[in-house]
Design a protein around this ligand. Sequence first.
Ligand code: COA
Length: 416
Amino acid sequence: MNAQALAGVRVLDFTHVQSGPTCTQLLAWFGADVIKVERPGAGDATRGQLRDLPGADSLYFTMLNHNKRSLTLDAKKPEGKAALERLIRGCDVLVENFAPGVLDRMGLSWERVHELNPRMILASVKGFGPGRYEQCKVYENVAQCAGGSASTTGFDDGPPMISGAQIGDSGTGLHLALGIVAALYQRTHSGRGQKVLAPMQDAVLNLCRVKLRDQQRLQRTGTMHEYPQYPDGNFGDAVPRAGNASGGGQPGSILKCKGWERDPNAYIYFITQAAAWPAICRVIGEAGWIEDEAYATPAARLLHLKPIFERIERWTMTKTKFEAMEILNQYDIPCGPVLSMKELAEDPALRASGTVVEVEHPVRGSYLTVGNPIKLSDSPTEVRRSPLLGEHTEQVLAEFGFAPEEIACLRAAQAV
Ligand code: COA
């Protein structure tokens, strides 16, 4: 018996770029048979974007399309369309992240898909849900701006800021994957497929929900004591950018560590958790602060966060981020080193857990990727390289009952 959670689920993968492929890669990692449908001769545009090796699929593509098979098919030609309809009849899920209207123009409206296969789940990423921007094309940074992330990221005296985390694309892909799995589960009772929609704006807003929490707190009280604008600055009528403040009930900040003058990542995130306050005071050499009424309670400390973090930083600057981690962890003081991508790529624990994986590719050789970050004890993930364009066309068509002559005919009709 196949040990993978989604074994037996067949996914027709019409996704491209990042958001949709993130979703289908996860489904593949949980054991679904993901068949990526690509345009003959061209394929997913990311195969050729940000190339670091001439002639090889880019890392952009390979890192988002592991464990999938690739089938080329021109969905706009009658032969391709007819083949596609046969594939739809034999699959469980169709995932797409085309621009609004593209699937309809291919003749694959929800009604048509449902008619072809009432059990099929049709899952889509779009930039926006119903409303004034519904027809817009959207990429990552647009979603970060429209979903509330940019307006709440960065420093108060600077412009809105884009995050390095791809919350618009990969974040939405994750949301969509959960929607698909939920719909698959409901289908076990209902016997019916359904539409699943994850708009990028909505997914980003979901990931920024603490800021909508703060918006309402601000409107009620006119202030927020854990924000750097308190106590000296002004609050407007919308949640301001909070720099590196923690955003939660426990004040925190990014502090310099030894070597910060040369190393742009010699920093540590330091949280002054209330329970750890006496230990913090002792470690930094300010034992007097434990009883001092200006610092003794969390409410009192909120009035002095700037000098408190300046003092703690005078201590962290005497240690490397790793030395500081080691010392602070002995006292359960929550903190975390700012790790560079180089450090993460070399991290032995991430390698051992399968979150950073080295993959062999026939054209590009070996490369590193992020493996499945979600670990199921009964459904282990083995990361397999991304497919070459059209690598599995014949294999897949044969599995779906196409005769050799039909396959040859389809190939001839689609020659580019
Ligand atoms: N056979 C024939 N045609 C195919 C095909 C195939 N196998 N696969 C794709 N195509 C065609 C489509 O039919 C469409 O043509 P049409 O516009 O003439 O109908 C075209 O290729 C793809 O269109 P589109 O999705 O508009 O691609 P784009 O490169 O212009 O736009 C995005 C890219 C990402 C902006 C857009 O797809 C989008 O907004 N997607 C939704 C939001 C999203 O996921 N964004 C994040 C991406 S990481």
